[in-house]
Design a protein around this ligand. Structure first.
Ligand code: NAD
Length: 269
């Protein structure tokens, strides 16, 4: 089996990376950054998002696994103290894979520029540098509302526990092939009106945002933010691609949610 490791880059993560790489090579696994079967991220959720981004063009053949070097992350199940155990699992046990849905974002531009297609593991957020965004929001080709506000966040089920949650969105189980649209500070008064509730769209339902005023936006895809000018529309739906997570032991989604958000961390005096 071929593997690659993506480290957060801090001293602790790099040390664990070097140790794990050597252990896996000692077990006759091959280190290959070009076409790995297994990508191990060592750091936090941000490192996992970076590992996903690096191998987003190889999703069919690549599976991901996260080791955390700080606190328990949402995509990082293994602790750095468990790496000997994990290495033995990787070397000796065929891995079981669970697949989660992704978000497809297509940005189209005025003029002849090629559309930009991006996959998100967590979400996309669409904002502007100053003032409000104003969009004609279409769902399945029909006008739904005119949105005015700071922006919109469109998330995957596994991303529903990230930015979406902070916006009051629901947590979606990743077995649901859906995307969620959550408002970021919408303007609602006697003149402007938006739905005000998060929307959950099933597979094959597309949301299209058409700018009505400015056409320059700050668009974040997971941990990466870029500015785009001359935007004609932004289209989002469930992607046909899926992300594959390696599981050597069960870690049900709701346990992950509980351990990340509900279980109190014991404080010591
Ligand atoms: P970061 O360092 O600002 O960390 C953001 C936090 O989000 C971290 O605690 C991380 O563990 C957590 N996180 C990431 N993905 C998660 C998920 N799927 N479920 C639950 N928690 C998750 O930024 P980063 O590490 O580069 O991560 C980028 C992510 O940060 C974005 O995808 C976005 O979801 C999130 N974010 C959240 C807010 C907010 O909650 N107000 C604002 C901006 C970005």
């Amino acid at each position: 089996m071929k593997f690659a490791i993506v480290s957060r880059g801090d001293e602790r993560s790099n040390k664990i990376t070097a140790k794990m790489k050597q252990y896996l090579i000692d077990f006759d696994l091959t280190y290959n950054e070009e076409s790995p079967d297994l990508v191990i991220s060592i750091g936090g959720d941000g490192t996992f998002l970076e590992a996903f981004r690096r191998y987003v063009d190889k999703l069919e053949t690549t599976a991901f696994l996260g080791v955390h070097t700080g606190h328990l992350g949402f995509y990082t199940d293994w602790t750095s103290e468990e790496i000997e155990k994990l290495v033995i699992e990787i070397a000796k046990t065929p891995f079981h894979v669970v697949e989660y849905p992704l978000l497809e974002v297509i940005i189209r531009f005025e003029g002849e520029e090629k559309p930009h297609r991006i996959l998100a593991l967590n979400e996309t957020t669409i904002k502007t540098v100053e003032g409000s965004v104003v969009f004609d929001v279409q769902i399945r080709g029909e006008h739904f509302e005119t949105f005015r506000g700071d922006g919109l966040c469109i998330s995957t089920p596994s991303g529903s526990t990230a930015y979406n949650k902070a916006l009051g969105g629901a947590i979606l189980h990743p077995s649901l092939e859906a995307i969620q649209v959550a408002e970021i500070a919408s303007i609602n008064n006697r003149v402007f009106r938006t739905i005000g509730s998060p929307l959950i769209l099933p597979k094959h339902h597309t949301i299209l945002l058409k700018p009505l005023q400015k056409n320059s936006f700050i668009i974040a895809i997971d941990h990466l933010t870029e500015s785009y000018s001359n935007v004609r529309s932004i289209q989002c739906r469930v992607a046909k691609e899926r992300v594959r997570f390696v599981r050597y032991r069960p870690f049900p989604f709701w346990n992950r949610v509980r351990d990340s958000f509900v279980t109190e961390i014991k404080k010591f005096d």
